[in-house]
Design a protein around this ligand. Sequence first.
Ligand code: HPA
Length: 279
Amino acid sequence: MNTETPAERVARAHASISERAGAPCEIALVLGSGLGQLADAVSDATVIPYGDIEGFPVSTAPGHKGQLVIGTLYGRRTVIMQGRLHLYEGWHPRDIALAVYLLKALGAGTFVVTNAAGGLNADFDAGDVMLIEDHLNLTGTSPLIGHNDESIGLRFPDQSRLYDPALRVVAQEAAAATGTDIRKGIYCGLNGPELETSAERRFYRSIGCDAVGMSTVMEVIAANHAGMKVLGLSAITNAATGGEDQEPDTIEAVVAMAAVCGVKIETILRHAFPTLPKA
Ligand code: HPA
């Protein structure tokens, strides 16, 4: 049994790549399903496959590459997770937290998370982008269960403003300045991998959620725990209202629509990055 604490594990992972990683990063960006092309805009990129990082899980999800890309993105020193870790792959919530703590160890004070999500809100269309205002963690688990390292964060971290209000304003101003439509709402985080039944979708809508997906909540809980400020954007890849007109979903259609949303997300982030706070 591995008896390492989370802090020891992240220190070992960091030590294995710190020389290659170079100068500290300011921003961490996690790319969701089908959004990997956002990493193409990085200049002076250093690519570190997850397999080269000691103790790091190697992601297997479709549309996810499994590497860190470190360099300058829209004028800011950024570390990108190109390929995220999902609970449905069998990763422990702590594996997902390790990845986030590593991004913090690389210097990032701002955590920008993107994902592909189904639109529960009937006003949303496939191809929309949603600014995440808050989330419901319906996975039934937490990345913080178990030993708490005070050197990382508090045992009982506050989550009353999990998605940073000031960063939300920055994103909305960037959307307005670039003429990009942006929705806002509550993200519902589930385990997957099966998609929701129509009854489940109607239920998640009725409890106040606007979008549903299989990622993000573990990462954001860990990022907040480690003291990073969080900005979240969902690519609404499919209508998921669970209504009479609900169409069946395919991963191919989700990934294809994520590329459409990715253009909008890229426009928003390109404009927002220069004004994101210094770490
Ligand atoms: N449900 C869950 N996850 C998703 C969906 C969905 O409808 N679309 C993209 N990711």
